[in-house]
Design a protein around this ligand. Structure first.
Ligand code: ADP
Ligand code: MG
Length: 234
């Protein structure tokens, strides 16, 4: 089976001349459908840069990237944003919910962009909220939810489109241990349902849930290991 993520010799340089920063220095990475991968590494090592490229939020300076068989480098802006909407669910450390609208409306947003009708949107958004255990919070505003609940709304929003991959950049970085456990339980459930998940984390207990961990140092992958943690035990 061909990998859902196939990155070859990926490079990213920010800026130019004397102030240029080489954030990625030739990354090779293949991820199969259904894998649960953790990316670890020191602050500034290039983790977010890599995830942003995988998530089509930014374009590389060199190398190639195929997402679900599509050569991302050959796409124009419009095609990229379509691909992002169809194939990628992104979760940020800071939730990034729209503040003055309900959990349900937040989850519906990607479906609005995808052009779905109101009724279908409601159905799918409710199903996504069910999946993250927030059935009874659909009408709440983000400010009426705990950090863990807000992040689970963000997870529901990320998966409502049935994306090929779910990407999360330090999703539990702002959460206490109880909320962290809630969010990790949702990731476990999603992965058990066959979703491909890539999560950046500093925390060993987050990586413990994943099937595989890659470590990034100075813009390069320095190790790639299958784990003996929760994933292996299940
Ligand atoms: P990590 O997520 O591992 O902390 P990043 O990918 O955010 O690392 O950053 C990698 C390197 O690239 C760092 O040296 C950082 O300062 C630099 N960098 C990240 N984003 C930008 C940007 N938009 N402009 C310039 N330099 C950047
Ligand atoms: Mg980062």
């Amino acid at each position: 089976m061909s990998p859902v993520i196939e990155v070859v010799n990926l490079q990213k340089v920010y800026g130019s001349g004397a102030t240029a920063v080489r954030a990625l220095r030739g990354v090779d990475l293949s991820v199969q459908t259904g894998e649960y991968l953790a990316i670890m590494g020191a602050s500034g090592s290039g983790k977010s840069t890599l995830l942003n490229l995988i998530g089509c939020l930014d374009v590389p300076s060199g190398g190639s990237y195929r997402l679900d068989g599509i050569d991302v480098g050959s796409l124009n802006e419009r095609q990229l944003s379509l691909l992002r909407n169809r194939k990628i669910g992104f979760i940020f450390q800071s939730y990034n919910l729209v503040p003055r609208t309900s959990a349900l409306s937040n989850v519906e947003l990607p479906l609005v962009y995808a052009g779905l009708g109101r009724k279908e949107r409601r159905l799918r958004a409710r199903a996504a909220l069910d999946l993250v255990g927030l059935t009874d919070r659909a009408r709440h505003l983000p400010s009426e939810l705990s950090g863990g609940q807000q992040q689970r709304v963000a997870v529901a929003r990320a998966l409502v489109n049935a994306p090929a991959i779910v990407l999360a950049d330090e999703p539990t970085g702002n959460l206490d241990s109880e909320s962290t456990a809630e969010v990790l339980a949702v990731f476990d459930r999603l992965n058990a349902l066959g979703r491909t998940i890539v999560v950046i984390t500093h925390e060993d207990d987050v990586a413990w849930h994943a099937q595989r961990t890659v470590r990034v140092t100075d813009g390069r992958i320095v190790s790639d290991t299958a784990l003996q943690g929760a994933w292996a035990a299940r």
